[in-house]
Design a protein around this ligand. Sequence first.
Ligand code: HEC
Length: 532
Amino acid sequence: MTPALTVYLFLASGCPLSNRYLPEISEIQSRYQPRGVRFERPSDPASARKLGARVTPQTVVTDALGRVVYRGRIDDRGAAPGIARPPTRHDLREALDALLDGRPVPAPETPVVGCAITFPAPERKGAITFSEQVAAVLFERCASCHRPGGSGPFSVTSYSEAAPRAAAIAQAARSRRMPPWKAEPGPHPFLGENRLDEAAIRLLEAWAADGAREGDPARTPPLPKFADGWELGPPDMVVRAPKPVRIPSASPDQYTCLAIPISTPRVRYVRAFEFRPGNRPATHHALIFVDSRRIARRAGDTYPCFGTPGFLPTAALGGWTPGFGASVYPAGTAVSIRPGADLVLQLHLRASGREETAQPEIALYFTEEAPRRRMVDIALGSRRIDIAPGKRRYVVRDSFTLPVAVEITGIIPHAHYVCREMRGRAVMPSGRVVDLLTIRDWDFDWQRHYRYRDTFVLPAGTRLEMEFVYDNSAANPRNPSRPPRRVVWGPESSDEMAGLHVQAMPVRNEDAEELGQYLWGKLMRETGRGGR
Ligand code: HEC
């Protein structure tokens, strides 16, 4: 018997949004298969072209006569290729229910968000090819993550793996989702800056449009060397999560903290560290704290912790995001670890659609040199955040005038999902303005510690300024609430924060006390008596 309905599912394993649909797809299949619906997963571009599919994940439903009766999304959770929200409409289920019931389909054609499908193109002289032009860009800019065992969802280190994703690659590059580097170029370059210029984006687009050809394999440039072992050589100590951390398949995002005991008979000075997530694809970011008083471990083997680690850390070792290697502290600023201290990890984990685990490791490199320079966190920001639902442009500003000269080493921006733009700048006593950080498309998922390639000095009397812009309307694809609701300061993912942490060392060590007092005064004025 011919099935009444056939559902064609266009999926791609290299497309995170497509992978996130796997649990929903298996539910739909087990619900509608018994009712005579057939499911197919064509993987060739010819079927996609014939049925009018352009991205993954997309579905096309045909009736017994092979006529297209529904074409579009599974549901409306996709806001952009990397962004999923709780769905409010289940278009595929609604279409199937209607068809099985003999009713007209409510919306026979729905818009789809996803990763572009690569289609073949006719032979053309002078076409852009992988070997001759494209591999150089992909190897240099993408392969640090997109390689076997890397954090990216597919590899670009060979033609056969990169070519089927050519259109998705061009799309991600054009929208600047990839590479995931959010800071705009400024007067003080950052370590590890990775942005594509317009010429490279055009090249990737032209390659996809030309049908993603290989060219002469002999002309493929050599792959860069990726460190297999620890980047800085054998560590002095490696600590490991005592147990593997569970990542349930049902939770798309999970914020988990855990304590890792360190056994050291004397005070240790850490000059560098390297974090290994244990499960790269599932780990979105990690923050590492020192807990001398062993408070965190009282909360159990692991505990949920969005935003803050849930206790006041003795020190922060640093952060990790995909593509991050070893971190070396500026000379003279080692982090002290006392005997009996724990390291506490805050992990942002993301399930792939199936149950997984991660058992992170941290390599520590010690020095005999006690810290002789004082690193100070100059925190700009505000806790007075109250954004009405639908508000498109809500601005948080703060400033702090330096009482002493400082050497700037880095900057750490922090906000949640409603924040869109960030600006940090320094106004010198002369009035000259120096940009510290500009982000036009803030993405919580790609927050990081930005370290300046070269440190620089700001004189006493310099005013540090920050300005964050929030969009609490439905037009912000990352807004976690549908429909938007009032957003106030708080640690939950649906709350907001505003923090710009300028990492600085007083030029004269003895100035650290004075700087600390000014910062304390600032905090007291802001939080009043209720401040923690
Ligand atoms: C710092 C690591 C890193 C670098 C560098 C990087 N990627 Fe990615 N990429 C990822 C991760 C992680 C994901 C999965 C994101 C998710 O799960 O939402 C991803 C997803 C993607 C996707 C699929 C999702 C989408 O947004 O379309 C494409 C295509 C992609 N990357 C292309 C590229 C290209 C092209 C480059 C280089 C120009 C690049 N990436 C550089 C880590 C990286």
